[in-house]
Design a protein around this ligand. Structure first.
Ligand SMILES: [Zn+2]
Ligand SMILES: [Zn+2]
Length: 271
């Protein structure tokens, strides 16, 4: 499992069916395992792939789950996360302490009876809850340099930048930026990243009617990728109404402006 792997790239709601196989229907989750431990960003249904891979192993590495925010599509895989039910597992959750809500209380409220038979605090694993350090203070987790910044989204979201011996990735999902107005500070945050995962939930033709919904377009992704000089742009948070051919159409449109573009799909490793 070593290396960075996209586990789920669907936004809002999981999808299934023959026309969703190429990009997958699992909601947002990413993993990066190093010799020091397993770093996970978000706990959408894509987290089930991590559970499946860990089930085949005798060891469970130390796990840190970084949460971009608490919207349900980014948490719904958590109650089924296998290591929660192992006394050998150590799982630490980290999120932005400056959110308007109390993220730890929100997480405990999300996973408890009657919504799930086992409350988060009743899980067998040893759990930790830790606020992220200040955005301008990168921290080392399992040999990975982790930085983050707040980005515009309803109830606010965090974008993460991971840098390790194998490369660098920016995860910018659930963010609303206008293609013509990407803030300089965010361009700097993404500067020269090997891979940029960017929220392309809406088509440019749709974004006008969904202003304020907290998502962007491939056009904003391309503008950011060019300005920041990233190695590759990966469009993610695919709308649940977007079949494979629709996503492919967006990727092809983006490629005409930024050739090193792909659509993020479930269980896609990044080299
Ligand atoms: Zn989302
Ligand atoms: Zn969201």
């Amino acid at each position: 499992m070593h290396g960075f792997v996209i586990r789920g790239s669907r936004g809002t709601l999981p999808t299934c069916g023959a026309s969703f196989l190429r990009y997958g229907g699992d909601t947002t989750c990413f993993s990066l395992e190093t010799p020091g431990g397993l770093l996970i960003i978000d706990a959408g249904t894509g987290l089930r792939h991590v559970t499946q891979e860990l089930a085949d192993r005798t060891d469970i590495p130390p796990i840190t789950v970084l949460l971009t925010h608490l919207h349900m599509d980014h948490l719904v895989g958590l109650p089924s996360f296998g290591p929660l039910y192992s006394t050998h597992a150590q799982i630490r959750f980290m999120a932005d302490p400056n959110r308007a809500d109390d993220w730890q209380q929100a997480l405990l409220a999300f996973m408890r009876k009657p919504y799930w038979p086992v409350g988060l605090t009743d899980a067998d694993a040893s759990l930790g809850f830790e606020s992220l350090p200040a955005p301008d203070t990168p921290t080392d987790i399992y040999g990975v340099r982790v930085s983050w910044c707040a980005v515009p989204h309803p109830q606010q979201c965090a974008a993460f930048r991971l840098e390790w011996s194998g490369g660098s990735v920016v995860v910018a999902t659930d963010v609303e930026f206008d293609a013509g107005q990407i803030p300089d500070s965010f361009v700097a945050f993404c500067k020269d990243a090997g891979h940029l995962l960017f929220d392309a939930h809406f088509k440019p033709s749709e974004i006008g009617q969904y202003s304020g919904w907290g998502h962007s377009t491939w056009e904003a992704g391309v503008a950011l990728a060019k300005a920041a000089g990233v190695g590759e742009l990966l469009l993610t948070h695919h709308s649940p109404k977007r079949c494979d051919d629709d996503v492919e159409g967006m990727v092809e449109a983006a490629r005409r402006a930024f050739p090193r573009t792909r659509g993020a799909s479930a269980n896609m490793p990044l080299d």
